[in-house]
Design a protein around this ligand. Structure first.
Ligand SMILES: Nc1ncnc2c1ncn2[C@@H]1O[C@H](COP(=O)(O)OP(=O)(O)OP(=O)(O)O)[C@@H](O)[C@H]1O
Ligand SMILES: [Mg+2]
Length: 371
């Protein structure tokens, strides 16, 4: 009989280990070398947290820290510093700008635990942020601490760790507002028990929100004032974006036993170039205007197009990533609206891709994919 692990944590070979597990050796090396003052309850100093995010070499030991976030150093410094103050951190940006990714790594570096997470949706109830009840216990013995089931934020408060709230603006306004007392008074009242849970030092909260969701559930100004907002930009240059895609594809690929991506692989450059040009509405040389399709064409989507391409090459090709392996993925990412986007894509193919030197194979593959 198959044994189903009763505790998810017991499952062997997690498909996606948490940041604190995947980068445990880096966090350990940083903690050992870090002699700067640590805010109360923090595993690392703010300086070491920033080094963990931005990458570099651990002084003394020489352990190499891989960059998690590629972008302006100042953004990371402001984000880390905010967590050491009494204000919470709001990461804002268009889709695929690494808001979730940065929030996970910050929580892992500061608290050694990125799992105290509330996923915001239109249906997120107040219990998800505060607490719920174990009804069997509640009915048998009445309300007590034992019957209370703490939510992730409540646990973070009690343990002095970082809590994460994903997609804050998708949460209904009245539920969002239950965060106000938590963030300003640093306490969570439990009226049923005539009691409260007070936040222990080390507690703070990171929320993420999508620019495009603006207006879905606008943050109330009372709540917004409790946050320092840090806007994560799109990668500044094509080189940065290629770097991000290459690194992440390499990591994902290793987890999936896919072949390695050769340094400076042409196909990655092509995917990134196409995405940047369509997103920006102009070719890289600034000469030709192009129309932008309705999809977001984010870095995150470029990563998935290349990963899928690698899987195609591994399972149905000779293991080398070629134009044909990424053409279908690009088409799927670009053409979201079958009518309007298809016209935009065809026009881009004929006016830009066709003429570009060294892109013949890519042009042909894309034409075949769209046929
Ligand atoms: N500047 C960057 N540095 C490093 N990785 C990046 C960067 N931008 C995007 N990524 C990569 O993009 C992927 C997707 O990012 P993530 O899911 O965090 O985006 P998001 O901003 O939360 O998007 P959404 O708004 O859709 O939730 C991550 O795997 C991350 O590695
Ligand atoms: Mg996200």
């Amino acid at each position: 009989m198959a044994v189903v692990p009763t505790d998810i944590e017991d499952a062997p070979g997690a498909l996606r280990p948490h940041a604190e597990e995947a980068f445990a050796h880096e966090l350990k090396a940083l903690a050992a070398a870090d002699d700067r003052p640590r805010p109360y309850g923090w595993n690392l100093s703010p300086w070491a947290v920033a080094l963990y995010l931005l990458g570099g070499t651990v002084p003394g030991g020489g352990t190499v820290i891989t960059p998690k976030y590629v972008g302006p150093r100042r953004i990371v410094e402001v984000a880390v510093t905010t967590l050491a103050t009494d204000r919470a951190l709001l990461l804002l940006g268009v889709p695929g700008t690494a808001k979730t990714w940065v929030s996970e790594h910050l929580a892992a570096a500061v608290s050694g635990d990125s799992t105290l997470l509330v996923q915001g949706t239109a249906g997120t109830p107040e219990e998800a942020i505060r607490y719920g009840w174990n009804y069997a216990e509640l009915l048998t013995n009445g309300p007590s601490r034992r019957a209370l089931v703490a939510g992730p934020v409540m646990r973070a408060m009690a343990e002095g760790r970082i809590a994460r709230v994903e997609e804050l603006t998708r949460i209904p306004a009245d539920v969002q507002d239950s965060l106000i007392t938590i963030l300003s008074e640093k306490t969570l009242p439990i009226p049923e028990l005539g009691s409260e849970t007070q936040a222990v030092r080390g507690f703070n909260l990171i929320a993420t929100a999508n620019d495009r969701d603006r207006g879905v559930n606008e943050l109330s100004s009372a709540l917004r004032r409790r946050f320092n907002t840090v806007v994560l930009p799109l990668p500044a240059s094509a080189e940065d974006e290629i770097d991000i895609v290459t690194r992440r594809v390499d990591q994902l690929g290793r987890g999936l036993d896919l072949p390695a991506v050769p340094e400076g692989a042409d196909e990655i450059r092509r995917v990134v170039t196409v995405f940047r040009e369509l997103r920006g509405g102009v070719t890289a040389d600034g000469r030709t205007k192009v129309k932008s399709p309705s999809g977001t064409l984010s870095t995150a989507e470029a990563i998935s197009v290349v990963t899928n391409g690698l899987a195609l090459a591994a399972h149905f090709g000779d293991g080398v990533l070629r134009a044909g392996d990424i053409a279908a993925g690009i088409l799927g990412a670009v053409v979201r609206d079958p009518a309007a986007d298809r016209v935009i894509w065809q026009e881009y193919l004929e006016t830009v891709v066709r003429e570009r030197e060294g892109w013949k194979d890519f042009y042909r593959a894309c034409r075949e994919a769209s046929a």
